[in-house]
Design a protein around this ligand. Structure first.
Ligand code: FUL
Length: 484
């Protein structure tokens, strides 16, 4: 009896002042990410490794005719790569197991054109195996790039080649997994060695590979693996190789309009607010001008500040970043690349080391769905909780007052994307000593993450106004930082 009374009282208290629905989360809006995509969004930044016979021939696209003996990275040390990747603050690594030249960096049972027929380590070497083991040892996620275009193999262009491709992707996942991402490159078709026939071969990019079957196989073998290609199915290309996604970046596109090597670059860059499928953007860029190592580019390694700009225009706009670091002829990252990456790792840590949220004394919002979704949920440390307004309230303001005056120059905002991407525009203002509000920044989409950097602002209060949203805003994080 006593228990029943307490429960009744508690229920009355919780519901007091609320109408039904205020304590239930909003319905998902539009396309939403799958479990594997949600995990991918948390990965943020990872490394790309481009290595093959090209490295020894000073080439970007090998013709497919190099002798396996030319592949000879005498000092190859995958742990050196992985240590550097970790020091740069990256969470994973993807390797070109086979690039367009067709040479396989693992001893595949489905071709002779691989490390097993190279004099490197007497044919006993296995670059993919070494890297997968090093990644496990150091706690990095691991992924594979298997070029759909193969300029070496005589089967390329025939149905047999599709079996070959599927056998190899199966072999890679089974022997070296778990993999978090599989990269299906769009570059395709043209001239090549093709078993010595040295000719031009053209395929139909939309039909030749029968991608739905291959992708189904990958997902069956490795349900956690996100598949990257120009148009997904899980992750899309950002439309350029220069290191940026659109200032406005929606995670949605109409997947049916795309295939590897086929699609509208502008849509890939910005996404499509009316898109029917959740296919977020990945920004792929190299630390050097080329994807492969070239001695002539040793003095063209991107600086810490260039890498930071790329970080803000990729991760900072809600995309993921895959940064390529090509090993040299010895099979090692060059000193210049290591120096830049270590510096970048330190800079990244310093950038967000000093969070000011613990100094917030009061958080108010112009609308709150219910106590479970209070304004405070946006500034707590828990990414899984969020501030949310009532249905149909699509504009709102969140005001944070600090205990004492603080210096702010960085911000991070995140939507709770499990319920869809909603916000179209927002602005940030700081309160002046005289009580008036001054605009500090404004931007469009938020999505998984939006990073802002601005000049030092000395203030006792900041407010964020959602000025446009497709449905009630659902915000999991609003973090303020002071970077020195
Ligand atoms: C492109 C390829 O042609 C380049 O060689 C490189 O692998 C890059 C990541 O993708 O499409």
């Amino acid at each position: 009896m006593k228990n029943i009374l307490i429960c009744t009282l508690a229920a009355t208290f919780v519901l007091g002042g609320c109408t039904a629905g205020e304590t239930t989360p909003p319905e998902p809006f539009g396309p939403v990410p799958s479990e594997r995509q949600l995990a991918w969004h948390e990965t943020g930044i990872y490394a790309f490794i481009h290595l093959t016979t090209n490295t020894f021939r000073d080439l970007e696209w090998g013709y497919g005719d190099a002798d396996p003996d030319e592949f000879c990275p005498e000092k190859l040390d995958a742990e050196q790569w992985v240590r550097t990747i970790k020091a740069a603050g990256m969470k994973g690594v993807i390797i070109t197991a086979k690039h367009h030249d067709g040479f396989c960096l693992w001893p595949s049972e489905f071709t002779d054109y691989s490390v097993k027929n190279s004099k490197w380590r007497d044919g006993k070497g296995d670059v993919v195996g070494d890297l997968s083991a090093a990644a496990k040892k150091y706690g990095l996620k691991f992924g594979v790039y298997l070029s759909p275009w193969d300029r070496h193999d005589i089967r390329y262009g025939t149905p047999d080649y599709i079996d070959y491709y599927r056998n190899q992707i199966t072999e890679l996942i089974r022997n070296y997994g778990p993999v978090f991402e599989v990269w299906e490159d769009g570059a395709n078709g043209g001239d090549g060695w093709y078993g010595g026939l040295c000719e031009k071969r053209t395929i139909d990019r939309s039909t030749y590979y029968d991608w739905p079957t291959t992708n189904g196989l990958i997902h069956e073998l490795q349900p956690e693996a996100c598949i990257f290609s120009d148009g997904g199915p899980d992750v899309r290309w950002c439309g350029n190789e220069s290191g940026f996604v659109g200032e406005t970046n929606w995670c949605m596109i109409k997947g049916k309009d795309f295939a590897p090597g086929k699609g509208d670059g502008a849509i890939l860059n910005a996404g499509d607010p009316e898109g029917t499928d959740w296919i977020p953007a990945e920004v792929d860029v190299s630390i050097r001008p080329g994807w492969f190592w070239h001695e002539s580019q040793n003095d063209k390694v991107k600086t810490v500040s260039q890498l930071m700009d790329i970080y803000y225009s990729s991760v900072g706009r809600g995309a993921n970043l895959i940064l390529n670091i090509p090993p040299n002829k010895d099979g090692l990252f060059d000193e210049a690349d290591v120096k830049s990456l270590e510096g970048f790792g330190r800079a990244l840590e310093e950038e967000f080391a000093f969070c000011l949220n613990s100094r917030i004394s009061k958080v108010e919002a112009t609308d709150v769905r219910g106590r479970r979704f209070s304004a405070r949920k946006a500034v707590d440390e828990d990414h899984s909780t969020y501030w949310c307004t009532k249905d149909n309230v699509n504009t709102a303001t969140l005001t944070c007052t600090f205990r004492e005056s603080v210096t702010v120059n960085r911000m991070m905002l995140r939507e709770h994307i499990a319920l869809g991407q909603r916000i179209e525009s927002f602005k940030v203002e700081a309160q002046d000593a005289d009580g008036s509000w001054k605009e500090i920044a404004s931007a469009t989409t938020i999505g998984n993450k939006r990073l802002l950097r601005f000049e030092d602002v000395q203030t006792k209060a900041m407010r964020i106004s959602i000025t446009g949203s497709k449905a009630c805003p659902v915000i999991s994080d609003v973090n303020f930082y002071c970077s020195r």
